[in-house]
Design a protein around this ligand. Structure first.
Ligand code: SIN
Length: 477
């Protein structure tokens, strides 16, 4: 059993077990090993965490931004100083290859550092009034207690992205990590403690997701909830937020198209495809779901993609040389297996992989399917696994229309040597983020977020802090 993190919740600056004494297991998805037990908090414990965050808000929100910034920077530095340990922990509980986990730790620290820099640049406004002698001042003030419900695919980075913005804005914070990956999140509590963050400013709670979600959503003390996860849960949170009219940031599902125009540099497109599709075993909201390739290069590009896909090494993320780890759990494996099988039944052709593992294995052989059409389930559903689908197109208009043929609107990708053509198509794509000759679009400086059923609000960048601030206007006569 892994001993590194405390395996207790971090509430009001102290480490707590559940008042009911119950726990739940954390499983390594590669080995099925039970690596830890963490608290299944009671509702009273959750309400206690909300009270603690509420009590801490007055002083934290009033602290000079420079002091909040300095604490955030320290937490980011501490995270980097434990990069190897946190990286290994991520791989053990989440499954991704160690190199990706180490990259995630750096990415997470970069958010803490970025928002420590943004904390001191929350500037209001003075607006000229039409009325003589009157002045209009605009203040930007922290919303209050902010809660985050974070996903298992980037357990540290997504938490840091939300926590950094909230703490920089002057909000106090409650994090509810995914039950699959609570350990690396709880480890962040150790860093907050070491940095001497005032008690109650950061709270990390674990336990039954529906109960905790309902407690957070129904509390009038929680003024803001940021969620990264499925569109289905996002819709539930929208409903639950109505009773107390909470501000929400929702980063939901995606169904990213990857357009290859006939003038694209195919080697470059292939490199982008491999990163954009198979990173984190395809379990990323912005992973490519649909390769939409001009008919004149479709057969060649599909063969290039299939050859490279066959060369990927699948295995335990802790083993050197692993490119693709396991899927997070049995449900994820079953969903991907179902999508491959239904696509084959509906007429798609397997050109690489295609073997869905028998339980209990969660390792899916990276797969390429050609001849995928817009009537198939795999076209509409977010795959969240290492499966590429290829669909040919004839004209630019058809490429745009196929790409936009989804209820999601998170990320899209486009490869072409003709920049003005690419820009024109990018403007027609109904997505919050478009990578042109690029799939490595995640960056702390860039606004991450979607439109349509991929959610609303933006994270990271100079815009991310706005989601934790309220505008207050003063009319001064
Ligand atoms: C996601 O799409 O799941 C977030 C990952 C990222 O920031 O790249």
């Amino acid at each position: 059993m892994l001993k590194a993190p405390k395996n207790l919740c971090f509430i009001n600056g102290a480490w707590r077990a559940s008042s009911s004494g119950t726990t739940f297991p954390v499983i390594n998805p590669a080995t099925d090993e039970r690596i830890a037990e963490v608290p299944a908090l009671s509702q009273a414990d959750v309400l206690g965490a909300i009270d603690a965050a509420h009590a801490a808000f007055g002083q934290w929100g009033a602290l000079p931004a420079r002091e909040r910034a300095s604490l955030l920077r320290t937490i980011g530095d501490l995270l980097l100083s434990r990069r190897e340990e946190v990286g290994e922990l991520i791989t053990r509980e989440q499954g991704k290859p160690l190199a990706e986990s180490l990259g995630e730790v750096s990415y997470a620290a970069a958010y803490l550092h970025w928002f420590s820099e943004e904390a001191v640049r929350v500037c209001g406004d003075i607006i000229p009034s039409d009325a003589p002698g009157k002045r209009i001042f605009v203040l930007k003030q922290p919303l209050g207690v902010a809660a985050a419900i974070t996903p298992w695919n980037f357990p540290v980075a997504m938490l840091a992205r939300k926590m950094g913005a909230a703490l920089a804005a002057g909000c106090t914070f409650i994090a509810k990590p995914a039950p699959e990956t609570p350990l690396s999140a709880l480890l962040l509590g150790e860093l907050c403690e070491a940095a001497k963050l005032p008690p109650g400013v950061m709270n990390i709670i674990t336990g039954d997701a529906p109960m905790i979600g309902a407690a957070l959503m129904s509390s009038p003390l929680v003024r803001k909830v940021s969620f990264t996860g499925s569109t289905e849960v996002g819709k539930l949170l929208i409903e639950q937020s109505a009773a107390t009219v909470k501000k929400l940031t929702l980063e939901l599902g995606g169904n990213a198209p990857f357009i290859v125009l006939e003038d694209a540099d195919l080697d470059r497109a292939l490199a982008g495809a491999m990163f954009g599709k198979y990173r984190n075993a395809g379990q990323t909201c912005i992973c490519v779901n649909r390769f939409i390739v001009h008919e004149s290069v479709a057969a060649h590009f599909t063969e290039m993609l299939a050859a490279k896909t066959r060369s990927l090494v699948v295995g335990n993320g802790l083993e050197r040389g692993t490119d693709v780890g396991p899927l997070i759990n049995d449900e994820a494996r079953d969903k991907v297996a179902r999508l491959i099988a239904s696509a084959e039944r509906e007429g798609a052709r397997v050109v690489a992989g295609g073997a869905a593992p028998a339980a209990p294995s969660r390792f899916i052989t990276p797969t390429v399917l050609s001849g995928v059409t817009s009537s198939m389930d795999i076209w509409r559903e977010e795959i969240f696994g290492p499966v590429s689908t290829v669909t040919p197109f004839r004209s630019d208009a058809e490429a745009v229309s196929l790409s936009n043929d989804t209820s999601y609107g998170l990320a899209a990708y486009l490869y072409s040597r003709d920049l003005s053509r690419a820009l024109s198509l990018a403007e027609q794509l109904d997505f919050g983020m478009v990578g042109i000759n690029d799939t490595a679009i995640s960056a702390v400086q860039a606004p991450f977020g979607g439109i349509k059923q991929s959610g609303f609000g933006r994270e990271g960048s100079k815009y991310g802090i706005d989601d934790y601030l309220a505008l207050k206007y003063l009319s001064v006569a």
